[in-house]
Design a protein around this ligand. Sequence first.
Ligand code: ZN
Length: 208
Amino acid sequence: MEFISSEKGKRKLTLNGFMYVRDKTKKGVTYWRCEDYLKCKSRVSTSEDDILMRAPSEHSHPPNSARVIVARAKASMRDRAVKSDERTSNIIQSETQDISLATAGALPKKTSLQRMIQRKRVCPEGNGLMDELRVTPRGEAFVLEEDDQNEFYMFASQKNLDILNNCANWFCDGTFDVAPLGYQLYTIHALVNENATATHIHRDREQI
Ligand SMILES: [Zn+2]
């Protein structure tokens, strides 16, 4: 039995290739249900000291050890993203190098792992932007404007600007969910043949 933290910081329990999410905790006993609980009725319970109290009931599906291995690797990547300043690509490389070819198919795409790691990293105080955020994955310059106080960044490649320039309608939206703490992500989208492109602008919360 092992506990793995999810992307939202919740604990998941893994046992024999199955994964469980917490259902409820009552009088010190935590009741877990199979991650596929809509289709599967398997349950398991643990004590306050994380000791298995009741062995899991039968699952309606086979175990999926690849899923467990991937969940564990992703949890380690998030942990390293927060605790170290290693490059994103190094973290992904080192956490996936021992994963077998058969399991690798269950890994998310590299771009989504990169995004997951970057979401975990807050913008370093006073040091400005990390180098890997200054260029697009294709190596194009991506920072259009930035102020001296690291409070405002405007991101766009030249291609993004050309697309905006050629579009009569822009769509704008702001969110705090995916931005580092204290920042808002403000995006400008333009519709191009049903494909959207975006200019990204980070702004300090105070300036809005
Ligand atoms: Zn199940």
